[in-house]
Design a protein around this ligand. Structure first.
Ligand code: PHE
Ligand code: ZN
Length: 870
């Protein structure tokens, strides 16, 4: 790909094609936890176009035992290995390089390369983990075909899985056995995977639309296999959906998925052998919440859908990461929207964007969806690459329409199948299929920061002239002071005095389609003439553009619009806007609060509305979203204002909340049906509001005691713990004991303890860190305790005395030596520190500065440097 320059950065501009092609790889593993030996045979072919460069392969911390070219051992002076790279000068023709190396899975706490998790041996190779297994041109544009032989002791490792199709197994005598796998599709090393151990499975066979018989398997350790059935169903749904919606079939005889308790990220799309964080596989009603079920379905779909957007068409280099991730998030989001409620999915995504991605785009770590340089690629698996990347694909979909979008995707897959592609090639396919010039659109990929649209209206009652003036502006981000106008599709609707939509298009300002204008310049003016009343405008229906809107509505207008607006997402959003205006003082607080309260009354009285939608309307903007909307974050006062608004609204509606809570009880018992999930969502929202008014927390206590599904138990426990109910300690104890054997449920109560909204919660976190519950090598546990504390506990993390920051910084220091990616992610929770008011800002800076000189990993050092850079 390209080597770092002297400044330590790898640059997109430095890309060069591989000097050597590797059409075929054969690997042979002798697997054991303490020491594994890997024999590799690489077919190497020099690319004459690259001018006969010396062979350089990646290989990190490998113990090199033997090396030969075309069967002849290399003398020590014929190669150089410095622990990072292997150089073999003097090769100038096609040959086979054979190496034998030793690696140490049991000592691997990075969970990158080959590692041990419980009784399993697993790999994780994206982005640059393969080089910790064997020598390779570890770059995504080198795409061999693979043959993989696994050998191990049968009692310890009865199941041996690798990419592709199984070719056969053999008994080797002496308690050893082997399995051979073949992956016939050109596949980069980052998609390599193996898994070995005492795995059991749930399985299903199906015939694809193209007539291929495929075996779907989900593998887990024996104790967990009973909780894999839901995930298996999700694989089938994803496969069928990709056939229907994108015409994409599956291309191997087996699709294997393995659940791992120790996994740094969510899951990994390795060719034919996905490896998952167990939390995105294991589920039953007693241990997983409704949100867990939906997340499992969507992550399973995400990884499955990568088989085309990522694997069949892969990446030329890591700068193109969003080409697979943004596109695949777009695809999994469409999958969930098609299967469930599109409006609710949109609300979920927008909460994540506003609370987290917008903050990233406005903070010290802001970067473009296609960055032009990086020091450590692991630090770019971000909400910007994933979620904003998906939003950009959605913008494209809006601009060209569904039919042309599908044609563009067909063309992209056809033109790039088996290739390592770039974002330019993605855009070229869509440009060819839609006939549209996408050059301005492409700026979305290179320009960081969230665009803001300021919209001002003017109505002249005498002439009936009505204008909307739309100004776009993107604030500066690190390294990008100046921004250019983006191509933004802005949806809009006008509602007349009678409440009906105004269907006349604007006379000037070129609306491209009814209710849609494409903004290309810094300013656009839409003008209507002859309107007999001043209309009410609504914008950005379904959040079609990932932008911030600056509007100057009065509270009453917002409330009225929330009733008139046809778009369900916007009805929710207008209420969020009312709440935000009341909380941040941008609206008259009393009129906004009472307008919001009236709207919620109507929603709670409306038994025909989807209860889950009502629950979303009750959930006010969270702390992160509010913090992102202000220039200077006064933590305590922001939290306090939010709490008192919720309390006021709860008081307004006690009877309504009680009525809905009880009326929905029967529906809530109907298992995993959509109606039951919806009912539980609203009941739990009502429960939280009612509990804050009741010092005895009687309802929460009763719901907790009733047992039942995890969704209900956990919501009740949260209420008891977070509102300091009299029974909280006893409830926690009984919950803890009931699930002590289950790490995923243990993570849930730990998360509740870590997010108790009180500065003292820091002490509970410290106590857990000193307890047997703490497992620094398990990423899920680290996230449950420290991730939730830093990201989900404003009062604890942002303590005025800096104690929350110091706690986190100290833990990061220790974790950095164990698992750099986990440490770096935690460090990211300081991304908005510069916008904090004093004393927090100074305390956060001090905590960050205390890490200087102490961090060892390139991951954490890169982030720390960016966090402290002026
Ligand atoms: N590629 C994975 C996904 O998004 C995420 C991942 C990245 C997993 C890096 C592990 C390591 O589907
Ligand atoms: Zn992905």
């Amino acid at each position: 790909m390209s080597v770092p320059r002297d400044d330590g950065f790898v640059y997109l501009a430095d890309y060069t094609a591989p000097a050597w092609r590797i059409p075929q790889v054969e690997l042979q593993f002798e697997l054991a936890a303490e020491a594994t030996e890997v024999v590799s045979r690489l077919q190497l072919v020099p690319d004459p176009a690259q001018g006969g460069e010396a062979l350089v392969l990646d290989g990190v911390d490998l113990e090199l035992l033997a090396i030969a070219v075309d069967g002849v051992a290399l003398a020590a002076d014929r190669y150089r290995y410095d622990g990072r790279q292997l150089q073999v000068p003097g090769l100038d023709r096609a040959c086979v390089l054979e190496t034998r190396v030793r690696i140490r899975p049991a000592a691997n706490t990075r969970l990158e390369g080959l590692y041990r998790s419980g009784r399993l041996l697993l790999t994780q190779c994206e982005a640059e983990g393969f080089r910790r297994i064997s020598f390779m041109a570890d770059r995504p544009d080198v795409m061999p075909r693979w043959r993989i032989v696994l050998r191990a002791a049968r009692t310890d490792y009865p199941v041996l899985l690798a990419n592709g199709n199984p070719l056969g197994t053999a008994d080797l005598g002496g308690g050893q056995h082997e399995a051979t796998w073949e992956n016939p599709h050109p596949t980069p090393a980052y998609l390599f995977a193996i898994a070995a151990g005492p795995l059991e499975r749930v399985t299903q066979t199906l015939d694809t639309a193209e007539g291929r018989r495929v075996e779907l398997n989900i593998w887990a350790e024996a104790a967990d296999v009973a909780r894999c059935a839901y995930a298996l169903g999700a694989v089938e749904r994803a496969l069928r959906w990709d056939e229907r919606r994108f015409g994409r079939g599956y291309d191997l005889d087996v699709f294997n998925v393995v659940a791992a308790q120790d996994f740094t990220m969510g899951a990994m799309e390795n060719k034919g052998l996905n490896i998952f964080n167990a939390r995105y596989i294991l589920a039953d009603e007693a241990t997983a919440t409704d949100a867990d079920f939906l997340a499992i379905e969507s992550v399973v779909a995400h990884e499955y859908l990568h088989n085309w957007s990522g694997n069949r068409v892969t990446l030329r280099d890591w700068f193109q990461l969003s080409l697979k991730e943004g596109l695949t998030v777009f695809r999994d989001t469409e999958f969930s929207s098609d299967l469930h409620s599109r409006a609710l999915k949109r609300i979920e995504v927008v909460r994540l964007l506003r609370g987290r991605q917008f903050a990233e785009d406005a903070g010290a770590l802001a970067h473009a969806v296609r960055p032009d340089r990086y020091r450590e690629i692991s630090n770019f698996y971000t909400l910007t690459i994933y979620e904003k990347g998906a939003e950009i694909v959605r913008v494209l979909h809006t601009l060209v329409g569904d039919t042309a979008f599908r044609a563009g995707m067909d063309r992209y897959f056809a033109d790039n199948d088996g290739r390592a592609a770039t974002l330019e090639e993605f855009l070229a396919a869509h440009q060819a299929a839609s006939g549209r010039d996408l050059s301005q659109f492409a700026r979305w990929y290179s320009q960081a920061g969230t665009p803001e649209l300021r919209i001002r209206e003017h109505y002249d009652a005498a002439s009936g002239d009505y204008t909307l003036t739309v100004d776009q502006h993107t604030p500066p981000t690190p390294g990008q002071a100046q921004k250019q106008p983006l191509l933004i599709p802005l949806r809009f609707a006008l509602y007349g005095a009678d409440g009906a939509p105004v269907t006349t298009p604007p006379d000037t300002g070129a609306a491209q389609a009814p209710g849609l204008v494409e903004l290309t310049r810094a300013r656009h003016v839409l003008r209507w003439t002859g309107l007999t009343d001043r209309p009410l405008p609504a914008f950005n229906q379904a959040f079609a553009a990932p932008v911030k809107l600056d509007l100057d509505y009065a509270a009453d207008d917002l409330a009225r619009l929330a009733r008139l607006e046809r778009d369900p997402f916007n009805r929710w959003d207008l209420l969020q806007r009312l709440a935000t205006g009341a909380l941040l003082g941008t609206l008259d607080a009393e009129s906004a609060t009472s307008a919001l309260s009236d709207a919620l009354a109507d929603l709670l009285d409306d038994d025909a509305a989807d209860p889950a939608f009502v629950a979303e309307c009750l959930a006010l903007p969270d702390f992160d979203t509010l913090a992102e909307a202000v220039d200077v974050v006064e933590v305590e006062s922001l939290v306090a204002r939010r709490e008192s608004l919720v309390e006021r609204l709860a008081e307004d509606h006690v009877e309504r909340l009680e009525r809905r809570y009880h009326a929905l009880a029967a529906t809530a018992r109907q298992g995993l049906s959509g109606a039951a999930m919806s009912a539980r969502a609203l009941r739990n929202a009502c429960l939280a509001w009612l509990t804050r008014l009741d010092p005895q927390a009687a309802l929460a206590q009763a719901q907790f005691a009733a047992g039942g599904m995890m969704t209900e138990r956990l919501a009740a426990l949260r209420c008891l713990l977070h509102f300091d109910a009299p029974d909280a300690a006893a409830a926690l104890q009984s919950f803890r004991d009931a699930f002590a054997h289950d790490p995923l449920v243990t993570d849930k109560w730990i998360g509740l303890v870590a997010t108790r909204p009180h500065p003292d919660s820091r002490d509970a976190v410290l106590a857990l860190l000193a307890s047997p519950w703490w497992k620094a090598t398990n990423p899920n546990r680290v996230r449950a305790l420290l991730g939730s504390f830093a990201r989900g506990n404003a009062l604890g993390f942002h303590r005025r005395d800096g104690g929350g920051y110091r706690l986190l910084a100290e833990q990061i220091l220790g974790l950095d030596a164990l698992n750099p990616q986990v440490a770096a992610r935690l460090l990211g929770s300081f991304e908005s520190w510069r916008r904090l008011a004093q004393p927090q800002r100074g305390a956060a800076r001090a905590a960050l500065e205390s890490l200087q000189g102490g961090l060892v990993s390139p991951d954490s050092r890169d982030l720390l440097q960016r966090l402290l850079e002026d």
